[in-house]
Ligand binder design. Structure first.
Ligand code: BES
Ligand code: ZN
Length: 562
């Protein structure tokens, strides 16, 4: 049972959806219908998840009732079925504040000429734009028909088939996605390409030029890419995530367009989800680490193959350090892989623990059994569970059967923290940075011309009470065009109350909506009374441009000004 859904897939399982939607930018609503198909059933009732939907009618049903709204789950839509029914059609419209939709005015786009709409269904937001069984344990095939205003292009995370979109593989609801805007396309290879606003599309194509090489790298290790095309869509900067692995069409933040491919680990990550997550899916949000831990492990293997071991070692070392830092601030009960999410919004369970601790577990098993055996295991795991949703228990049973290993799995999964015998990433490049950092802290000048983004990040993170004015004077961090470096710099500036960086801080918070950047900076600001006042003032202005999901996170963090 999935505690984050009202639906009862144990009684009826929806197998196919037909979506038919009109996009109204003037009223900020989607309006249309969804037809849900299932095996003919004698069950009296089909329960769907909804949140803030306006239900107009249900066809081929004996009646319907919308239940009370739960703050986390939304409202159950209880549909009384006719005997032997195998479909119903719900006519509905979305609410103006749907949690899974962001409606952007032209001014919030790069091109400034046309409005933009995109969906974000993970974890449980699909229900705010489609009434359905919103649990990752249910998979559906679907067809979509979307009518957008003249001059704007609609794209769905699916195959384009004439007037329609079509997904012929069964997918969980959190992977259903739509975007509408002024989009242009650039081809990257026979089977991949990028959509973006016209002013960004060439830069995006340059940044993502290695996509085909990454696809081949995973295919060599874990078997063919099974989804046909792999395209990317660059969203406006308010996108609350770095990336979202919508099948056939990864959604990505423009903040990874650094100009030098230094942040494309994100592409490797979202691509890897085509195996870990989209092919083999967590059955509940407590099993989220099966999606993300496996994906970070695969992401690093791709980086190693495409960019070499040194790059992989740096990313893995950064990951381990950030995990330790974040874990120290989490309640002990959230330092486990199998997350306790009962009564909570699964978005809030999204810390680095399922990502980095999950990846460390796989790396530790790899170390114990050897890479060759582990790769054979992973490949058979993806084949064995392809297009299924599985629990942590399913994984453990399969692992114990197929790949005996000495790793204390129960400790890893159910106990807090990282076991002492974990694999321990190391980077020689970072050892050199550490030596340079101490030279710099002794007042000497250092040669940084060839440093990578990862080396800069490590440098900034290991400095102890550095002189920020000197850092900015020598290295111009406040003007950095690299979002990760700028974010790290701004975080340090807030911590040290380094006023000269605050104009850059305000610009950043006012233009970027990525939750991973916003949450740490606002959290740091809130630690002092002056910082709190500043946070409240900045947030008041910036909030309308943030995504509902980022708003929810920050509303909970930043108490309204008293
Ligand atoms: N699927 C996640 C994003 C997500 C997680 C959305 C939970 C909603 C709920 C995506 O694959 C992801 O992990 N994105 C990361 C980037 C990655 C390189 C670690 C992000 O957005 O920062
Ligand atoms: Zn991910």
């Amino acid at each position: 049972m999935d505690v984050h859904s009202w639906s009862r897939p144990d009684l009826i399982r929806v197998r196919h959806l037909e979506l038919d939607l009109d996009v109204h930018f003037d009223r900020k609503i989607l309006d249309g219908s969804v037809t849900l198909r299932f095996e003919p059933t004698a069950e009296p009732e089909l329960v769907l998840d909804t949140r803030d939907l306006e239900i107009h009618s249900v066809e081929n049903a004996a009646g319907f009732e919308l239940g009370a709204r739960d703050a986390v789950l939304g409202s159950p839509l209880r549909i009384a079925l006719r005997a032997g029914a195998s479909w119903v059609r719900v006519r509905y419209a979305t609410g103006p504040a749907a949690s899974g939709l962001q409606w952007l005015d032209a001014a919030q786009t790069a091109g400034k000429r046309h409005p933009f709409l995109y969906t974000q269904s993970q974890a449980i937001h699909a229900r705010s734009w489609i009434p359905l069984q919103d649990t990752p344990s249910v998979r559906v095939t679907f067809q979509g028909r979307v009518r957008a205003p003249q001059g704007l292009q609609a794209v769905m995370a699916a195959e384009r088939a004439g007037e329609h979109f079509r997904m012929q593989h069964p997918v969980p609801s959190y992977l259903i996605a739509l975007a509408v805007g002024e989009l242009e396309f650039r081809s990257l290879s026979e089977r991949s390409g990028v959509f973006a606003e016209p002013v960004l599309v060439d830069a995006a194509a340059r940044e993502f030029a290695d996509t085909e090489a990454m696809m081949r790298a995973v295919e060599e290790m874990y078997g063919p890419y099974r989804w046909g095309r792999y395209d990317l869509l660059v969203l406006p900067p308010s996108f609350p995530y770095g990336g979202m692995e919508n099948p056939c069409l990864t959604f990505a933040t423009p903040t990874i367009l650094a100009g030098d491919k230094s942040l494309v680990a994100l592409v490797a990550h979202e691509l890897a989800h085509s195996w870990s997550g989209n092919l083999v899916t967590n059955a509940t949000w407590s099993d989220f680490w099966l999606n993300e831990g496996f994906t970070v492990y695969l992401e690093r293997r791709i980086l190693e193959k495409v960019y070499g071991p040194a790059r992989e070692q740096m990313e893995a070392t950064l990951g381990r350090r950030e995990l330790d830092r974040e874990m120290a601030s989490l309640p002990v009960s959230d330092r486990v892989l199998h997350l306790p999410l009962e009564g909570r919004d699964p978005d809030e369970g999204c810390t680095l623990v399922p990502y980095e601790k999950g990846a460390l577990l796989l790396r530790t098993i790899e170390r114990e059994v050897g890479r060759e055996k582990f790769d054979i295991f992973l490949r058979s795991y993806f084949d064995h569970f392809a297009f299924q949703s599985i629990t942590t228990a399913d994984f453990l049973e399969y692992l114990r059967r197929e790949l005996p290993n000495p790793v204390p799995l129960a400790d890893w999964i159910f106990q807090p923290g990282v076991p002492g015998a974990a694999a321990d990433p190391h980077s020689d490049a970072f050892s050199r940075i550490e030596a340079e950092a101490s030279r710099w802290q002794r007042g000497q000048s250092i040669e940084t011309a060839r440093w990578s983004t990862q080396e800069w990040l490590h440098f900034l993170r290991i400095l102890e009470q550095p002189d920020l004015a000197r850092l900015d004077r020598e290295f111009h961090f406040s003007q950095s065009g690299n979002s990760e470096i700028l974010h790290q710099w701004l975080l340090m500036s807030v911590r040290a109350q380094y006023e000269p960086a605050f104009p850059a801080l305000e610009r950043f918070l006012g233009s970027v909506g990525r939750r991973k950047f916003l949450k740490p900076i606002y959290t740091e600001l809130l630690k002092t009374p002056e910082g709190r006042a500043r946070a409240q003032r900045i947030y008041r202005h910036a909030r309308p441009a943030y995504h509902p999901i980022a708003q929810a996170t920050l509303d909970a963090l930043i108490a309204p000004a008293s």
